[in-house]
Each structure stands twice: as C-alpha cells, then as structure tokens.
Design a protein around this ligand. Structure first.
Ligand SMILES: [Fe+2]
Length: 341
C-alpha cells in the first residue's frame, strides 16, 4: 500500500469585522472571504467581545464610532484578553491622528470609505507581521526547550561521573553530594547568583573526581597514611583538573576542583594560592568540604560530629577559611534547619 502524503492542516486566518453599519460589514466580509480568509461579524462591541471569548481571532477590524463602546475602547479590551491584532477605521479622520491610534495599541488605521484593495493589502501586512512574530516566538520556545535538554544532560553526566568516583571509593560515598548541597546552601546565604550556585553545585558533585587516579588500597586504608601515600592523595586536585579542563562548562568547574585544597594563608596545595587568588566558589566549597569531612565517618577514624567540624572552621576562619563562608555555614547550622543528608 503506497504511503499516504502527510496532511498539513493550516487554518486560514480568521478576521472579525465590527461595525454598527450592516452594509459595511457585508462589504468587508465578502472581500475578506474572497481573499481566502474566514470571517465573523458583530454589530456591537459587546457582541465582538463575546465572539473573541469563544473563538480564536487573528485580526479584529473595528469602526471607531459605535453607540455603546468606541472602537478604541474595544481595541483596548481585546488586547487585554486575547492576542488578536486590531485595525481601526473611521470616517471622522480629523478627530484622530495615525500616531494616536497606533499608540493605543492598534496595528493599523483605515479611512472610510474603505478602498477594498487597500483594506485587503493592509490586512495582509498585519497578518504577515503577526506570522513573523509567531514564528519568532516558536523559535524562541524551541531554543529554550533545547537549552533545558542540554542542561539536564550535562547535570546527568556530572552526576554519573560523581557516582563513578564513589563506586571506587565507598568510604566517601555521599561525600561529594553532601558537600555540593552544603556549598550551594552557603553560597545562597552569601547571595551568589543562582547561575554561579548551579556551577558550584556541579563542581561540588565531582570535586574529588581526581581520586580515580589514587590506588584503592590507599583510598580505603583504615590507618594513618605514610608520606608517600599522602603525596599520592595530594595529586587528586590536579588529576581532577586534567580530567575536566577540556569540558566547556559555562562555569570554572575545573578550576574550582583544582583549587579545592588551597587555603587562604597559602598553606594549601597544589599551588599554594592565597586569599582572593582562590575563586570565591572554591573558598565556599572548601568550607563545605572541611565541615563535611570532619563531621562524618572516615576509614581512618569515626565521625567527629558537627560541633568539632564547626570548631575547626571557627578556629581557622580568616586564616585557612573564608570568613564570610564560615559565618554563613554557622548560620545554617545554628537554627538546626539544615541537614547534611
Ligand atoms: Fe578533595
């Protein structure tokens, strides 16, 4: 059986003509239908509003002088409740200027008696502009939809990388997720923009990705590490950076990961950066990382609890850790409303 051609159903534009003079309505509606469009008619503003509320109308063509409501007021009401364009027409051209009428929201202005060829030409111009606008809006909606899809894919990819690290290193399973959550909450308290917070949350979720390069027996070693083992662990920020540096994130994710063991006084690693040479996002992440690490269980020691974690931050606030981030972290836990898990 031959494949049937797809049916494309494009409804012709629908025009509403409003005039208290029946002859004018007759004349214009006939011209509209001859031009391939469909048409409704109304002899009062009230009837016109009723039609607009029931069926989709592309353009309303209305007289200005009507007994119960002027065409200008009708146009204002139509604009408030639908996306139809409005063309007004009047025989009293001296009472209005084109600029006044357009300023009140009309798309065009016709003088009576209406010349039918001019009327149809103006109607088609308004419909053309309307079509351009509609296709622009459609393109914008598609673009937003696609951006959202890419954002979700990127977030999913980062979460997958995060899980890959934690499968190898069960003792820190959940660590990155908790650090990301705390860092985002601190950043929100400080007033970072939602966009920067999103980047920080992603960086937090994979900040220890470089541990993929550390042998499992070192990662899971229950006792103290020797100097060589500690040296290998210290390579993980740089390994993480190398894994991430070529991904074109719209945030400095690789740099945040590279710097997450830097400390304000320059005593951190791998670069020994000081103060504001360390990204604000990283300074926030470090506070969250240290807090979570002390508060929870590690292979070489049991959890030391929230109080010990806070004590470490307070003791070294302004020395190792960003004081603003430390204060925000204190506030978060002071009213017991924040939970790491
Ligand atoms: Fe780390």
């Amino acid at each position: 059986m031959p494949a049937s051609a797809p049916i494309i159903d494009i409804a012709p534009p629908h025009i509403l003509v409003v005039d208290d003079e029946k002859d004018i309505i007759e004349l214009l509606s006939t011209a509209i239908e001859r031009a391939g469009m469909t048409c409704s008619t109304a002899t009062s503003a009230r009837d016109a509003l009723d039609i607009i509320s029931r069926i989709p109308v592309d353009v309303v063509v209305t007289d200005i002088h009507m007994p119960e409501m002027s065409g200008i007021e009708l146009g204002r009401r139509i604009k408030a409740c639908s996306n139809a364009n409005v063309i007004v027409m009047t025989g009293h051209v001296k009472d209005f200027t084109y600029e006044e009428i357009v300023a009140k929201g009309a798309s065009d202005f016709l003088k009576k008696p209406v010349r039918l060829k001019e009327f149809i030409a103006r109607l088609k111009r308004v419909l053309g502009e309307r079509g351009t606008l509609a296709s622009r809006n459609r393109a914008l909606t598609d673009l937003k939809h696609n951006l959202e899809k890419y954002r979700l894919a990127m977030d999913g990819f980062v979460q997958a990388m995060s899980r890959a690290v934690e499968i190898r290193d069960p003792y820190t399973a959940g660590h990155q997720r908790r650090v990301a959550k705390l860092a985002a909450a601190i950043a929100e308290k400080i007033g970072l923009s939602p966009d920067r917070i999103h980047g920080l949350r992603l960086a937090g979720a994979i900040h220890d990705i470089g541990k993929i390069g550390v042998p499992a027996e070192i990662l899971c070693k229950p006792g103290k590490l020797n100097e060589l083992e500690y040296g290998i662990i210290q390579l993980h920020p740089k390994v993480g950076y190398n894994i991430l540096k070529d991904i074109a994130f719209p945030w400095p994710v690789a740099e945040i990961v590279l710097q997450h063991h830097e400390r304000l006084d320059g005593s951190g690693y791998p670069q020994g950066l000081r103060g504001e040479a360390i990204l604000k996002e990283t300074r926030i992440l470090s506070v969250a990382d240290v807090f979570e690490t002390i508060a929870t269980h590690r292979p070489y020691r049991p959890a030391r609890g929230l109080d010990k974690a806070m004590e470490e931050l307070e003791t070294n606030s302004g020395i190792l850790y960003d004081p603003e981030a430390v204060s925000a972290c204190q506030e978060l836990f002071s009213d017991n409303r924040f939970s790491l898990d």
